[in-house]
Design a binder for this molecule. Structure first.
Ligand SMILES: Cc1cc2nc3c(=O)[nH]c(=O)nc-3n(C[C@H](O)[C@H](O)[C@H](O)COP(=O)(O)OP(=O)(O)OC[C@H]3O[C@@H](n4cnc5c(N)ncnc54)[C@H](O)[C@@H]3O)c2cc1C
Length: 395
């Protein structure tokens, strides 16, 4: 196949899904390239099972969505599919529990409804060259596009085009997530979680389990009898072995887990941080915490800085004011190459700011803005925040 598209979106995770939907809904001929068989990225392939960053960070009021357009639509659909009448309160914030298989199905339903959108599954973007247009090569196809949105989470497009990539010396830890079914109800209670944590400490002290198990945390899902475990990893490839050890321990020593069938393991381990783009603005921790306002705001960040640099659990820094902070369009636009936009985990931010911006609720919002900006550029219109915000109202 050798076709011409107006917008090409690389990577169909939370950000890429929304970028592609937004561009297609605006009427631009769009292609979404995804290397796996699923949409939703970490939210399906790695079994990340909670949408964070959807709601304003203000518990003194009922939950309010921070971003209009696709984040609001996806929240509504996921609540319907998982029968949640209300979001869940988690510490100082609201979150929405999500089910990875529903997320994949919902994503596919949404893209199938768009006549201007072609999705190429099992296509890995292997190269992009810049000529008059962008020439894009996957393992199966070659085609051109006027604008490109990089939502690969790893800024792969910057690598192909030799643009500057940002990377931290101390990236956030990867993690391995799996789920167990048929777990007795008592294991879903908070008091049980505390007891289990103590049991794991004792098992590590007795040499029954390896010390990395101390990076494990559990969370009940929206399905009866299902619990997810997340193990933060010092060594990214230790996940399957640690998970297998933990399941064997639970079955042998913890009555609520005695009758669990084989666990559901993820397609890929969970990766929290790799490369990011250098944009026209690099968002910082200070921008978010101080609630700095930007004239070109196109999305809102509603999750605190959540750093996971060790396996001992998260370190939160909350925004000073109980409201979401501005994300400027310039953090989604390349400083070096016109026609390139980015969103989700590979947007232009410092290591600390990314620890807020990477959550899926925010990825939906930056994705839709990048898709709209790319769609405007593809038609020869200079994207501005005013135009992008106007388009969000029509999504
Ligand atoms: C362990 C863990 C726990 C987390 N917990 C939460 C949580 O509780 N709540 C929350 O909201 N967020 C959480 N996050 C963060 C969140 O899941 C991710 O940051 C978010 O999913 C990133 O979205 P994205 O669209 O930028 O990238 P991804 O979801 O990673 O999607 C990128 C997509 O691009 C595809 N791709 C990559 N390269 C190519 C290529 N060359 N060609 C074609 N396709 C390509 C991939 O297959 C993938 O589908 C967690 C992350 C991890 C790892």
């Amino acid at each position: 196949m050798n076709s011409g598209y107006e917008v090409a979106v690389i990577g169909g995770g939370s950000a890429g899904l929304c970028a592609a939907l937004a561009a297609a809904r605006r009427g631009t001929k769009t292609v979404l390239i995804e290397r796996s068989t699923k949409l939703g990225g970490m939210g399906t392939q790695a079994l990340v099972h909670t949408f964070c960053g959807l709601y304003e960070p203000d518990l003194s009021k009922p939950p309010r969505l921070a971003n209009a357009g696709l984040p609001t639509q996806i929240e509504r659909e996921m609540r319907r599919l998982t029968h949640q009448t209300e979001p869940t309160r988690m510490g100082k914030l609201y979150v929405l529990l999500q089910d990875p298989s529903h997320f994949d199905a919902l994503s596919k339903e949404l893209v199938e409804a768009e006549e201007n959108l072609t999705v190429l599954f099992e296509n890995t973007c292997e190269d992009i060259r810049q000529c008059h247009h962008f020439e894009i090569k996957t393992n199966n196809h070659c085609f051109t596009a006027n604008s490109v949105v990089d939502t690969s989470a790893d800024a792969v497009v910057a690598g192909f085009l030799k643009a500057t990539r940002l990377k931290s010396d101390t990236p956030q830890k990867s993690a391995y997530i799996f789920s167990l079914q048929n777990v007795a109800e008592e294991a879903r209670e908070e008091s049980f979680k505390m007891r289990l944590a103590l049991d794991l400490v004792r098992a590590v002290q007795a040499g029954i389990l390896p010390p990395e198990i101390l990076g494990a945390a559990s969370r009940a899902s929206t399905l009866e009898g299902e619990i997810y475990f997340t193990i933060d990893l010092d060594e990214p490839d230790h996940g399957p072995a640690l998970a297998t050890d933990l399941v064997a321990f639970l079955k042998a020593h913890s009555p609520p887990f005695q009758n669990v069938p084989a666990p559901i393991f993820p397609d890929v381990p969970g990766v929290r941080e790799t490369y990011r783009w250098l944009g026209k603005h690099v968002l910082t921790q200070e921008d978010l915490i101080e609630g700095k306002s930007f004239e070109d705001t196109i999305a809102k960040a509603a999750w605190p800085i959540e750093l996971r640099e060790t396996i001992k659990g998260p370190r939160f820094t909350y925004f000073k004011n109980p409201r979401s902070s501005d994300i400027p369009l310039r953090a989604l636009m390349s400083e070096e190459i016109p026609g390139i936009f980015f969103a989700g985990r590979c947007l232009s931010a410092t290591h600390e700011a990314l620890a807020s911006l990477r959550v899926m609720g925010t990825c939906f919002a930056t994705g839709q803005a990048a898709g709209l900006a790319a769609s405007l550029h593809a038609r020869g219109v200079t994207p501005t925040a005013e135009l992008v915000k106007g388009e969000i109202e029509h999504l």
